[in-house]
Design a protein around this ligand. Structure first.
Ligand SMILES: Cc1cn([C@H]2C[C@H](O)[C@@H](COP(=O)(O)OP(=O)(O)O[C@H]3O[C@@H](C)C(=O)[C@@H](O)[C@H]3O)O2)c(=O)[nH]c1=O
Length: 197
């Protein structure tokens, strides 16, 4: 397992090992003991699976506010996505900054987004399935979104790579407020981040 920092405290790209043989390959996609040894202990309580039926589908930017804030461990098991996380922890040295990675069935990479990040993705292939673990249960009352195209965030969504000029959005995401209207409920904890102690 390789763990890469993505430049925003606590945000990681994880590449689990794949054991290839004549049949194909085998991979541990989550190992609580190995992750705890790397300082990344999480009590995941829910697995989510979404299917997007067209390239250029954009889900985000989403969060769940405390007390239902979620750490997310995201991977793509069919097709490919451009996955992005935005640091919205008040007081963070990287508040308002984003980082992204391509997650695909082929590369098996996983994005670990701690609590206090907005999360979203753009599908790059005609079909895409995404599976992710979260460490707090879904709570509709805590669910929130920020506009994917907020100029203050200036996220460089690869729409051309997805073959679209405008993404396919849910009604909720199309109506999401701007960052300027978003009073972030998250506060940065300057003590060593998980995986960085
Ligand atoms: C996220 C979620 C949704 N739902 C329901 C609510 C709704 O009726 C339906 C679809 O929900 P959404 O439109 O919010 O689904 P979606 O737009 O795929 O939302 C997801 O987007 C990505 C980017 C994330 O980071 C996730 O945490 C989640 O917010 O599923 C659950 O029952 N449990 C859940 O955990």
């Amino acid at each position: 397992m390789e763990i890469e920092d993505l430049g925003l405290p606590g945000l990681k790209l994880i590449r689990p090992r794949r054991f290839a043989d004549a049949r194909g390959w085998f991979s541990e996609t989550w190992n609580a003991r190995a992750m705890a040894a790397a300082g990344l202990a999480h009590d995941f309580v829910q697995d989510n699976h979404s299917f997007s039926a067209a390239a250029g589908t954009l889900r985000g930017l989403h969060y769940q506010a405390p007390p239902a804030a979620q750490t997310k461990l995201v991977r793509c098991v069919a097709g490919a996505i451009w996955d992005v996380a935005v640091d919205v922890r008040r007081g963070s040295p990287t508040f308002g900054r984003w980082a992204a990675a391509v997650l695909s069935a082929e590369n098996g990479a996983q994005l670990l987004a701690p609590r206090g990040f907005l999360h979203g993705f753009l599908t790059l292939t005609p079909k895409a399935e995404v599976i992710y673990k979260v460490d707090a249960h879904y709570d509709a009352a805590c669910d929130g979104a920020v506009a994917w195209d907020d100029p203050d965030l200036a996220i460089a969504w690869p729409l051309a790579e997805a073959g679209v000029t405008a993404p396919i959005l849910s009604d909720k995401d199309a109506a999401a407020p701007r960052m300027a209207q978003f009073a972030s409920p998250f506060v940065y904890d300057p003590s060593p981040q998980e995986g960085e102690a």
